[in-house]
Ligand binder design. Structure first.
Ligand code: AHG
Ligand code: MN
Ligand code: MN
Length: 342
């Protein structure tokens, strides 16, 4: 059978009545932007794209208070520029921008909102380790002609599409439009994404977890117990040995889970309690949660289903537990027991 390109997959989804033409075009355009980012990432040192943005001694800082890398800024510009003129968007919001940005008046406007983490895993850019782009598509509320930040504050269940591109040894796009999670690999010679894994299923059981263990002393009690039980291995209450992995690019860690299962955690800890967590709800946790649920996994804050969280701020942060269903349920049960005084 001839390979199925992203274009063909999306046309067939449209023919099946699962997406409209505008959403199809929007996803095509986001995929095009990801190809451009992939080329910039792939050039590395030769492209002059490594290192911090800003001037020496005065790195530019984003709204999160984090120093921006050149590739953070470049990827943000590529996504904004590529998506500005297509006519399917009303506004964009990004990790790298203080506020959402309406589509400029000189371009036609559409009915969707796009929110993204242009370059996830910034700490890995300079060391040639996988980084990625994460995106989420929402509907612009009816009757809103000039969308602002407040119109992005929709729970994850309202997402009409979500995905990520992983810029690794190959470039992959992992996508859901609400009917399963599918992976496409970039054919660099042809320049198109080819469907390589239809209907990803995350195994319900796992023996692998992802956590930044250097934060262990700051974790809340249920996370302390959860990891201690896993580290106790066969002799402990879980009765099996666990393996640990931490890439520090959420995209790469989630992609591993899409491939062989596992649980990804970024819990509440003493350093991030005031902010509500480390990872951002709208452009990290929610799109990943939809992708994981559509692949048969689960995603939670530890205390509630991620997709049900009602956002209050554009850059809101949340604790994250996602991946293999039974493992996420176990971590949630420990939180419940702890909160109940158990
Ligand atoms: P970003 O580069 O977009 O700011 O995101 C980084 C995130 C996420 O990708 C990763 O899982 C986590 O931060 C890594 O955190 P630590 O540096 O604390 O390990
Ligand atoms: Mn990120
Ligand atoms: Mn980022």
């Amino acid at each position: 059978m001839s390979p199925i390109s992203l274009t063909r997959y999306l046309i067939e989804e449209q023919q099946a009545g699962r997406i409209c033409a505008d959403l199809r075009l929007l996803i095509e355009v986001v995929a095009r932007a990801c190809k451009t980012i992939s080329i910039a990432v792939g050039k590395g040192d030769l492209g002059g794209v490594l290192g911090d943005a800003g001037t020496p001694g005065a790195a530019s800082i984003n709204i999160q208070g984090e120093a921006q890398k050149k590739l953070d800024v470049l990827s943000n510009e590529i996504l904004l520029e590529t998506n500005a003129w297509g006519g399917h968007l009303a506004a964009c919001a990004s990790e790298e921008m203080d506020h959402s940005q309406p589509i400029p008046d000189r371009y036609p406007k559409g009915n969707y909102l796009l929110v993204f983490d242009p370059l996830d895993g910034s700490s890995n850019i300079d060391v040639n380790v996988t980084v990625g782009t994460i995106f989420s598509v929402l509907r612009c509320p009816e009757g809103v002609s000039a969308p602002g930040d407040e119109h992005f504050l929709q729970p994850g269940t309202a997402q009409v599409a979500a995905g990520y591109a992983a810029y690794g040894s190959s470039t992959m796009l992992v996508l859901t439009v609400g009917h399963g999670t599918h992976a496409f690999t970039l054919d660099r010679e042809v320049g198109s994404f080819i469907l390589t894994r239809r209907d990803i299923r995350i195994p319900e059981e796992t023996k692998e977890f992802a956590a930044n263990a250097s934060n262990q002393r700051h974790w809340e009690a249920p996370m302390q117990r959860y990891v201690a039980e896993m580290l106790a291995g066969k002799q402990g209450p879980r009765g099996k040995d666990f393996n640990m992995r931490w890439v520090a690019s959420m995209v790469a860690d989630v992609h591993r889970i899409m491939t062989r299962g596992g649980i990804f955690t970024y819990p509440l800890d003493a350093k991030n309690t005031a902010q509500g967590g480390k990872l951002r709800l709208l452009y990290e946790a929610n799109p990943m949660a939809l992708l994981v649920e559509q692949a048969g996994g689960a995603a939670s804050t530890g205390r509630m289903r991620m997709l049900d969280v009602q956002p209050e701020k554009l850059h809101q942060r949340v604790p994250v537990f996602l991946g293999s269903k039974h493992e996420v349920e176990y971590a949630v049960a420990l939180h419940r027991a702890h909160d109940a005084g158990g």
